[in-house]
Design a protein around this ligand. Sequence first.
Ligand SMILES: NC(=O)c1ccc[n+]([C@@H]2O[C@H](COP(=O)([O-])OP(=O)(O)OC[C@H]3O[C@@H](n4cnc5c(N)ncnc54)[C@H](OP(=O)(O)O)[C@@H]3O)[C@@H](O)[C@H]2O)c1
Length: 422
Amino acid sequence: MSVSVLNSVAVREVRIGLLGCGGVGQAIVQALTTSDDRLAEAGLSLTCVAALVRDPSGPRAVSDVPLTNDPDAWSRYECDVVVEVLGGIEPARTLVARTLSAGIPVVTANKSLMAAHGVELQALAAAHGTSLYFEASVLAGVPCVNTLARRPLASGRGAWAGIVNGTSHFILSEMTRGRSFDGALAEAVARGYAEPSSDADVSGRDAAEKLTILLHLAGHTDVATADLPRRGIEGLETWHLEFARRLGGVIKPVALADTGHDAGCWVGPAFVPASHPFAQVEGVTNILSIGRGASAVLFSGPGAGADVTALTVLDDVVEAMAGRGPVNQLAPEVLVPAAHRLREPRTGAWCLALDCVTSNAGELAEFLAANHLPAIALASEGSRHAVLTATATYAALIAAVDAIEASGVRVTWWPVVEVAHG
Ligand SMILES: NC(=O)c1ccc[n+]([C@@H]2O[C@H](COP(=O)([O-])OP(=O)(O)OC[C@H]3O[C@@H](n4cnc5c(N)ncnc54)[C@H](OP(=O)(O)O)[C@@H]3O)[C@@H](O)[C@H]2O)c1
């Protein structure tokens, strides 16, 4: 790193080694030019010295960065900070570990890497006197990670609830307007919100990885993404969303975790009452609530998009160069085991959609009451019914659902997101 003087302000020349130059990587290179005035105000002049890619001859919107597909050749470029936007686990994990071991800070937007190996990589960074920054890995355009890391008391703990995947949120928002799942997914791909292979978004894996990162930040470093119960949105049908509306709510793709007295977790579609703040946001917007009731804090904004992600990454580069390391939340003394308490959804109200029912609404309500799952609201049309239940344990829900399905009825269920969560 060298220092020059611009308009009598000392400007540090910072060399970035880029791992990946796809959607986000190219947006970062472009943002270096469009944001250079703001960066100069922060006393920095940033340059990408090299980028590792899979295919250097592939088409790219940027031309002024040397490209290589050889990790050893990439490593020979000297840099002050590394930005990792490769995605996936390998070679990202090996290259990030090698960089941190050399005492060089790393900024990443890679949620898969952070969810699976963030704990060990942060420990490695600390052992080598450097830091790993990952603000863009959760709600990329909303600065929540560093805020939570710096404000462990004010930010509240113990309960997380969010809509943290923009693609699945867009799809369900479209389905609420009567569109089929396939039609809504095709629209998401056409608008660039979803990759043609959108499995991580639709299956809930992306949301579960983000929830894992948030749980790690709170000291629950024993939690692995595979521990968290999840269901994708692909089984939803348009009538499910219409019946949810008749019951006074909307189906949203959520990530919920509670490590308090009544612990539990759910990643997948859930019934959100119309009065809940989550019901007010639509499309690709993300929202995250941390804490309970009056002490909950709420973050909302764009969760993805190459341009907003690039700016968040560059903010982290500025943090790294200012030496503002994230508060180390992952020291062994803050480890609070929680994985064993997050393997099932918590006790609460449930929403059930039942298809091919031969009994009438009254008989159905009687059956549910006899099976310890009393209905408090019911919407019916022909052989289809939707039910909101009173509070019941997950075990009571599953026992009742099994009893209903034994009579040939198709049942889909979702947890109800409590208004107090917002
Ligand atoms: N896109 C968003 O809105 C967004 C938002 C938040 C976080 N993120 C995260 O940011 C990261 C990057 O996302 P993206 O959308 O930019 O992905 P992308 O468009 O697929 O770009 C990935 C880049 O990494 C390179 N690459 C991948 N595997 C490689 C390998 N084995 N060896 C060498 N180079 C390799 C690719 O090379 P080629 O170009 O030659 O194929 C490409 O340049 C991901 O972790 C993603 O989850 C993305």
